[in-house]
Write a protein of this length. Sequence first.
Length: 541
Amino acid sequence: MAELLTAAQMRALEQAAIDSGAVTGLELMERAGRGVVGAVLAAWPEIEDADLEAAGGPAPRTPRDISGKRMKAIVLCGPGNNGGDGFVVARLLAVRGWDVDVYLFGDAGALPPDARVNYERWRGLGAVLPLEESRFGGQPDGVDGARLVVDALFGTGLGRPFVSHPNLSTAVRVCREHAAREGAFPKVVAVDVPSGLCADSGRWLGQEEARDTGNPANLTVSFHTAKTGHYLSGGPQASGRLVVVDIGLDAGGTGVARLSNCRAADLRKGGEDHKYTHGHALILSGGPGRTGAARLAARAALRVGAGLVTLGVPPGAQQEVATQISALMLRRVADAEALASVLEDGRINAFCLGPGLGTERARMLVPVALSARRRCVLDADALSAFGDVPDALFAMLHKDCVLTPHGGEFARLFPDLAQRLKDPALRGPAFSKLDATRAAAERAGCVVLFKGTDTVIAGPAGESCLNSAQYDRSAPWLATAGSGDVLAGLVAGLLARGLPPLRAAETAAWLHVACARSFGPGLIAEDLAEELPAVFRAIGV
């Protein structure tokens, strides 16, 4: 279960290790630099054949490219400890026989002590050039011939934008343009985070033009754990491939969030179980021609293991639904009075309201369902129906509810939080989707699952996790009509089975991505639930 740290948490962890005497700052910097070089060689073995020397001594031969020239690297160092890591990288490459050009942004005399030591160590091997537009950034040939550009300008500690520095912005833009050339060299490697990216929020710091001057990388090498910003907002697009290297710190404490996981034990059924052991979910449907979304949700709830799933439909949709279902059950739910009658069956222990429900029907039925105080998922129309009166919805919610808004629904329910996410990130740490979701969950008094490729799930007490459909879990096929309805049904089915709301939401989100990745291209929403058996087998259910 991977913990995600903020920049402040990472600094505190490093400082605690140093204060304890377990390690020095110089040792951590050396390990970080060695980790960057090792990650580069692992990512692109063609860049150099020889393995990294364990002791950092001279390589057995001088690395050369296919033309026979010495391998060239450019290392851009900033004014802090991230720059110190860059000096270590430069030295390790040089002793391997690389031709290395090192540029410094800032005053060498103002470097932090550990970074200054590594600056001096590098000065024993080569020059340090000022990062001036005339010498690097403004010259198209500034990176030509290089196989590698190392961005060690600003790491996790950046608190302000640097777009106001023309020479620095131009240099970064040149690197960005090279990183965007698919399959081409040089490769751009970011140390900790691409410079200009907020390590906590994944947002570029500065005005909108920061998006144009920001520095996406081909590879980002982080230390100890990933940071929240690597997974939120524009972080994944900026980071390229993400590698986390161990620098010998103890695990210590917990992060502000963790990456989502799925426990196979939560999904198994015992030999003595019967259908009611795993709950009875009620999925409420809209009227004629609007039943498909609810049927998708109901099928997902059944596939994920709910013992029984009933579709509650208005009279005019009964025949339409009856011709489309087999294992699912059907109940007539014409209005609020009919729903109250259905809920007299205490074996119905979880609801799903929203998919295809219609806002008028939602306003009628949601209060009845919530008054039963049973586990409940509110999605789509059940959220939009209260977009103009969110406080009225919040007053009805209870701790066993799960809200599953996408960006538009979130903005209607929590307009102030959505506006903070929309406003430019002028300083770091910037307000993040994680911050917004945690605040929303506290306000609503229940679990909020804020959908997206960077889905964030938070509970009212601040507990949170992030379900990423990025990096090695990328699932672009989920961008299809009805996939959100399936997710709501998965949550409802897991609630019916007895999982606590946060765990149900986390497990459902993880399975949602896993099914999409298992099926692959050509996926439509109907395929998601049908892929669950294959996913279950793969994880040992």
